[in-house]
Design a protein around this ligand. Structure first.
Ligand SMILES: C[S@@+](CC[C@H](N)C(=O)[O-])C[C@H]1O[C@@H](n2cnc3c(N)ncnc32)[C@H](O)[C@@H]1O
Length: 352
């Protein structure tokens, strides 16, 4: 029996038979599957919706050099705790566009399911190709300086590649260049519960937050972070000092509205479903080729994926066919691969 269990988790249920993903999930599975529409989530609002303390654990990224990088990642049990503590009867809470999505998120944090098509697309967990992509970015960091560039991570989930980039920015001297990092996930609640907390955690443990760390008495446990007003202020201040603009978008790729062109377009573990490939590749192409301040051909477009996604039909062959099959397409080149065990690749796309 095929299993759709390609995430890297040590803290979640792994095994999901994709043929059963629409069963046994209560209310979320019976609701009509209407794709979520494109919405921008504002950083300040998301930070204000966080509880007063969050907990995290390190995740280790094996780097191309043979070294390892440890990045903080919010614990899923902590996200779950936030959701069950949220008073959904609170009229203010109901104003939040993602509150229904948050209810589903609670459901999927508990359910033994990796994803449910067009309801929850798996972003709460970290999938292993995201580590490959971060590792690949580390390997090319001397040739590709992200400072001052425009970066889009599509289907970011826990956003490991973007966390890697932010870790580098916050560990380097502040730059005069404005770096734009835009992140998209299907589910707004994924952005609120894991993407944005992971970003603030990455900042908090970086050199950029050293002064703040020294000035504040922090939580009793070293793996907890107090989300205080002073922390939010210091984080916003660092974003300005380091010239980082962060924007967050949720919703289906079918409805995605690009905010200009990008120099670096990243995506990992997103090519698993055939039906979604045309909209995904259209966004990638548009993000690289749209007219914009970056210069039309100044881009790097990277996709990290398993070669085969059993049970769902997608994979590298279908992705390459989708990209190379039309005049509007492009050329796919494998730039990194693992051929033993479950085969994985990082691919670079050049668009026509
Ligand atoms: C399996 S998760 C991978 C998450 C993350 N990139 C990683 O590697 O850990 C797939 C991601 O693709 C996005 N996604 C999948 N199908 C989508 C669709 N039709 N529209 C928008 N986003 C989609 C979701 O945001 C989801 O987080």
């Amino acid at each position: 029996m095929f299993k759709f269990n390609f995430d890297v988790e040590d803290d979640t249920e792994q095994s999901t038979d994709v043929n059963h993903t629409t069963q046994n999930h209560g209310p979320a599975s019976v609701q009509a599957v209407v794709p979520d529409v494109f919405t921008e989530l504002f950083l300040t609002d998301a930070l204000n919706s966080l509880p007063s303390k969050i907990s995290y654990s390190p995740i280790t990224i094996p780097l191309a050099s043979g070294a390892e990088l440890s990045l903080p990642r919010r614990d899923l049990f902590d996200a779950r705790f936030q959701l069950i503590s949220q008073n959904v009867d609170d009229p203010d809470a109901l104003e939040q566009p993602s509150i229904t999505d948050a209810r589903s998120a609670l459901h999927f944090l508990d359910a033994p399911s990796d994803l449910v098509p067009l309801v929850y697309e798996g972003g709460l967990k970290t999938w292993e190709c995201s580590l490959d992509l971060a590792s690949y970015l580390d390997g090319i960091s001397s040739q590709f300086d992200v400072s001052g560039k425009r970066v889009l991570e599509i289907g970011c989930g826990t956003s490991i590649p973007s966390l890697y980039i932010l870790h580098r920015i916050f560990s380097s001297p502040p730059s005069q260049n404005q770096t734009h990092i835009h992140l998209q996930d299907y589910n707004a609640s994924v952005l609120e519960l894991v993407t944005i907390p992971n970003i603030i955690l990455t900042w908090y443990l970086s050199e950029a937050a050293e002064t703040y760390r020294k000035s504040e008495e922090q939580a009793d446990s070293p793996l907890e972070l107090d989300i205080s007003e002073s922390l939010k202020d210091a984080f916003h201040q660092s974003l300005m000092t380091y010239g980082v603009e962060l924007r967050f978008f949720s919703g289906s790729w079918d409805t995605f509205d690009l905010c200009g062109s990008y120099n670096l377009v990243l995506t990992s573990e997103t090519i698993y479903r055939m039906e979604s490939l045309p909209s995904l590749t259209a966004i990638m192409r548009g993000a690289c080729k749209a007219e914009g301040p970056k210069g039309v051909d100044d881009y790097l477009c990277l996709v990290a994926a398993k070669v085969l996604y059993f049970g769902v039909g997608g994979g590298v062959t279908e992705f390459v066919r989708c990209v190379q099959g039309s005049d509007e397409g492009g050329t796919v080149k494998t730039v990194w691969e693992k051929t033993q065990g479950v085969e994985r690749r990082v691919m670079s796309i050049t668009w026509n």
